[in-house]
Design a protein around this ligand. Structure first.
Ligand SMILES: [Fe+2]
Length: 348
C-alpha cells in the first residue's frame, strides 16, 4: 500500500517518486508550476506494468488528485513510457472517472489506441494560442495528459500557463476587461465540419441531437451545408475544490488565429480561406482589440514552455491551466488522452 512520507515524496515498497526542479518553472499561489516528479535516485521501474501498479497505489490515496489541484500541472519524467501502448496503460493508473467523449470540433486528431489520440495534425508551422481545452464549449474534459513520444530537433515545447495566475494578472492590469467579461460572459461561434459517409439528413440529425442534449447551443445551418454554432458561456469561472476564480475560455486562440489570418474585419474570411468569426461579449458587443492584444502579451509573460524529453508525460488540470502550441522543425510525436476528472465549477 502506498504511503505519502512527506509533501514532496510519494513512495511504496519498491520505488519512490520525488520532486525535481524544472528549470524556468514558475511559482503560482506558492506552488511550483508545473510540479516535476521523477523516480528517486534514478530507480526506474523495470517495465510499464510495475510502474502502473505503483502509480495506482498512489492514486488510490488521492495524492495525485490533491497535487493536481494544488499545482495545476505535473510533469512526469523518467518512467518507462516508450510508446502509445505504454501511455495508454499509464493514463489508466490515475483511476479518473472516465475517458472524455469529445463532442464538437477541437482539431484534426487520429485515434492511436484506447483513449489515446494524436494531439493535432495541423502543419508544424501553425501556432496555437493559449486556450482551455474545449473552452469554447459547455462540454469539456477535466484532465489532459500529453505524452512526448518524439521530440523535434527544434521548437515544439508545449506552452502552459496557470489560468489562476492569468485571472490575477488581468485583475491587476485590465480590470475593466475582467469586469465586462464577468458581467456579460462571451459568445463564441464555431463550425462542425460535415464529412462524407452518412447521408446529409443523418449527419444533420446526429449533430442536432448533440447540440440539443450536450451543448445547449444555438445552431444555424449554412447554405454550403456547414453549421455555425453559437454558444453563450461565462468566461470567468470559480473552481469548486479551491474557490479560486479562473480564466476559462478560448478567447486568445480565436483572436490570435483571426489576427494571423488577416481576418479581424468583416466578413472575417482569412488568408487560409476559412472564416474566423470573432468572440464577442455575451451581449453581442465587440471585445476591444487592445484588450485582446494585452491578453496575448500577458499570456506570453506568464507562460511556461514544457522542455520535452522523450517519455515525458504532462498531467494537466484543464480547469486551472491553459495550453498552446509552438511551431517546430523535424519529427515530432505528441499524443493526448482526455478524461473527465473530479473538479467542477461553482457559481461565481
Ligand atoms: Fe488544445
Amino acid at each position: 500500500m502506498a504511503t505519502i512520507t512527506s509533501t514532496t515524496t510519494l513512495q511504496d515498497s519498491d520505488l519512490t517518486l520525488e520532486v525535481f526542479d524544472i528549470p524556468s518553472s514558475r511559482v503560482v499561489h506558492g506552488k511550483a508550476f508545473p510540479l516535476g516528479l521523477h523516480p528517486k535516485d534514478g530507480a526506474v521501474p523495470g517495465d510499464i506494468n510495475s510502474a502502473v501498479r505503483y502509480l495506482e497505489n498512489i492514486a488510490k490515496t488521492g495524492a495525485f488528485r490533491s497535487l493536481l489541484s494544488q499545482h495545476g500541472a505535473i510533469l512526469f519524467r523518467g518512467l518507462p513510457i516508450k510508446n502509445a501502448q505504454d501511455f495508454s496503460k499509464f493514463v489508466t493508473a490515475f483511476q479518473l472517472p472516465q475517458p472524455h467523449r469529445e463532442v464538437g470540433l477541437a482539431g484534426k486528431r487520429t485515434t492511436v489506441t484506447t483513449n489515446i489520440k494524436t494531439a493535432n495534425e495541423e502543419p508544424p508551422d501553425v501556432k496555437f494560442y493559449y486556450h482551455s481545452e474545449y473552452g469554447r464549449s459547455a462540454y469539456f474534459p477535466g484532465v489532459l495528459f500529453f505524452f512526448s513520444e518524439i521530440v523535434p530537433e527544434q521548437g515544439g515545447q508545449t506552452p502552459l500557463l496557470s489560468s489562476l495566475e492569468l485571472y490575477d494578472r488581468l485583475a491587476a492590469d485590465l480590470p475593466e476587461f475582467l469586469k465586462d467579461l464577468s458581467e456579460k460572459g462571451g459568445n463564441d461561434s464555431y463550425g462542425f465540419e460535415i464529412k462524407d459517409g452518412d447521408s446529409l439528413e443523418v449527419q444533420r440529425e446526429k449533430v442536432e441531437t448533440v447540440l440539443r442534449d450536450t451543448l445547449q447551443a444555438k445552431a444555424e445551418w449554412q447554405p454550403n451545408g456547414s453549421l455555425h454554432v453559437l454558444q453563450h458561456l461565462p468566461a470567468i469561472r470559480r473552481i469548486g475544490s479551491t474557490g479560486k476564480p479562473t480564466f476559462f475560455n478560448g478567447f486568445a486562440g480565436v483572436y490570435g488565429r483571426g489576427r494571423d489570418n488577416n481576418a479581424l474585419e468583416p466578413p472575417y474570411r482569412g488568408i487560409d480561406e476559412k472564416y474566423h468569426l470573432p468572440t464577442t461579449y455575451g451581449d453581442g458587443t465587440a471585445i476591444p482589440v487592445e484588450y485582446q492584444e494585452r491578453l496575448l502579451e500577458i499570456s506570453d509573460e506568464i507562460g511556461f514552455l514544457t522542455p520535452w524529453q522523450p517519455g515525458d508525460v504532462a498531467l494537466i488540470d484543464n480547469y486551472t491551466v491553459q495550453h498552446a502550441r509552438t511551431p517546430w522543425k523535424g519529427d515530432r510525436s505528441l499524443l493526448v488522452s482526455l478524461w473527465d476528472g473530479h473538479e467542477k465549477f461553482v457559481p461565481l
